[in-house]
Design a binder for this molecule. Structure first.
Ligand code: G2I
Length: 478
């Protein structure tokens, strides 16, 4: 049997989630993709979807058209575990309008049909981005570029009006390093006004869809999220913005300590917030301790959304680790998702289920495998810094604390040899901004079992062109 289709008139601002579980067994049909399947929902909330439905939140996943078409187990899991879909690639400009006026919706249609057949919401991704936009668009300028943008938004938004619940109208429009606008062909061709035009167009094309601005590395409070905040303020004041998407492509152990406060300040503007592309990458191969740390990180992010009434949901950026974009872009990193390649559940799955109020049987890790390696004498913990990405006037660092005994807290200290100074930090707190840095764990990463590690991170400013130094760190147990 088909579940009732959702393309009824949408209510904004808060859409009532349809309950997937009434009682007993619900059969899921996937007629649109040509292959029937059925699955059963247990009445206890032992799926992400069941737990998220109870919270009236989206638990979403980025899906691949090819896998939905060709892999019945993947399809079954997507239908069973998630109540919201994002097309990982199929709604981007290169997929939907590869040449001027030539629209190709086969893949996007199939994903929207699948969502309807399975009573799932759709978060649309994305209209205006500097990547995956065909060269015919990038080669336009002035009025022609603006016309192409407006026509594209109108055509795609109109096609899915009432079927796509929310849109990333613009994606990644802010620069990484200095809180300026991203230097893209959009900015060069149209000036900053292209953002307002895009939102005005989308609002007129589908007045009932929630409109989001979406970006990465804005999960904590920093120069980039400050810039998004000021753009969001302006768009909200014109009533053409409904929410902010925090992609949350995170590194293990680096959930920003101020992530909740950051999301809250956007909520305070009257906006929704949404975790739109969550993944947490690990240096591969990942060991059991790292997978447990990853579970803790997933738990934390999910809890933040679960606790914020105006957080519309969490979307993970793919199903299986092997599907992820991460290893291709960050060689040596991977394993960032909730499922192994055989679709078995990772510890992170149980943590997300638990954070959604389901039966994840998962307690936050306070102590875990006891290592047989004796600690170096006289040192309860050791810590190191590494430069992740330097630029002319700054750099991002990752810090690692290794516990040589069971820790309930830790403090790290070092002195910068030159003009380096921390500008913002995550997963660490204290006197961080001076020449001598003293930082301690935040709430969630103080308890570290002997042999385990936890990480923190920060950005520095430095003299233009100077080398980002790597000072020696002293680590002291609390
Ligand atoms: O880069 C990760 C994400 C960052 N935020 C915006 C997202 O849209 C972005 O998603 C990724 C997809 O996960 C990848 O699957 O965007 C990439 C492109 O920038 C996607 O990769 C592309 C490959 O680069 C192409 O070679 C490939 O043809 O996927 C295409 C379709 O499979």
């Amino acid at each position: 049997m088909l579940l009732s289709r959702p393309h009824l008139s949408r209510q904004r601002p808060s859409r009532q989630r349809r309950r997937a579980v009434i009682a007993g067994v619900v059969t899921v049909a996937t007629a649109a993709l040509g292959l029937g399947l059925s699955t059963q929902f247990a009445s206890a909330q032992t799926t992400l979807r069941g737990a998220a439905d109870d919270l009236n939140k989206d638990i979403g996943v980025a899906v691949s058209y090819n896998l939905l078409q060709n892999n019945a187990q993947y399809r079954n899991l997507v239908a069973t575990e998630f109540n919201s879909l994002t097309a990982e690639n199929a709604m981007k400009w290169d997929a939907t309008e590869p040449s001027d006026g030539n629209y190709t919706f086969t893949q996007a249609d199939a994903i929207v049909d699948f969502a309807e057949d399975n009573d799932q919401t759709v978060h649309g991704h994305t209209f205006v981005w500097h990547q995956q936009t065909p060269s015919w668009v990038q080669n336009l300028s002035g009025t022609a570029l603006q016309t192409a943008m407006v026509e594209h938004i109108n055509t795609v938004a109109n096609r899915y009006e009432g079927r796509v619940d929310s849109w990333d109208v613009v994606n990644e429009v802010v620069s990484d390093s200095n809180g300026a606008m991203r230097d893209s062909f959009w900015l060069r061709g149209l000036g900053e006004g292209y953002i307002t035009t895009a939102f005005q167009t989308a609002r007129a094309a589908d007045p009932n869809a929630d409109l989001y601005i979406n970006d990465y590395s804005i999960d904590g409070i920093n120069a980039k999220s400050n810039k998004v905040y000021s753009i969001a303020q302006g768009l909200k004041s014109q009533n053409i913005l409904d929410g902010v998407g925090f992609q949350a492509h995170l590194i293990l152990g680096q959930v920003p300590s101020d992530m909740e406060a950051n999301l809250q300040r956007f909520v305070n503007l009257g906006l929704k917030v949404r975790i739109t592309e969550l993944d947490i990458r690990i240096q591969t191969p990942a060991d059991a301790n790292e997978l447990q740390q990853q579970a803790n990180d997933y738990r934390r992010v999910t809890e933040i959304c679960a606790e914020l009434a105006d957080c519309s949901g969490v979307t993970v950026w793919g199903v299986r680790d092997g599907d992820s974009w991460v290893p291709g872009v960050f060689p040596g990193y991977g394993a960032p998702l909730l499922f192994n390649d055989d679709l078995s559940k990772k510890p992170a799955y149980n943590a997300v289920l638990d954070a959604l109020g389901g039966d994840g049987n998962e307690e936050p890790t306070t102590s875990n495998p006891v290592t047989t390696t004796p600690p170096p004498s006289g040192s309860g913990c050791t810590a190191t810094l590494s430069v992740q990405s330097p630029w002319n006037t700054g750099a991002t660092y990752s810090g690692t604390v290794k516990a040589n005994q069971n820790l309930t807290g830790w403090t790290v200290t070092w002195t910068w040899p030159g003009s380096e100074r921390i500008s913002n930090a995550w997963s660490v707190q204290g006197n961080l901004s001076g020449a001598t840095v003293t930082g301690s764990n935040v709430g969630y990463n103080g308890t570290v079992a002997s042999g385990q590690t936890t990480t923190f991170g920060f950005n520095i400013t430095k003299a233009n062109g100077s080398t980002a130094s790597v000072p020696t760190v002293t680590c002291t147990p609390a």
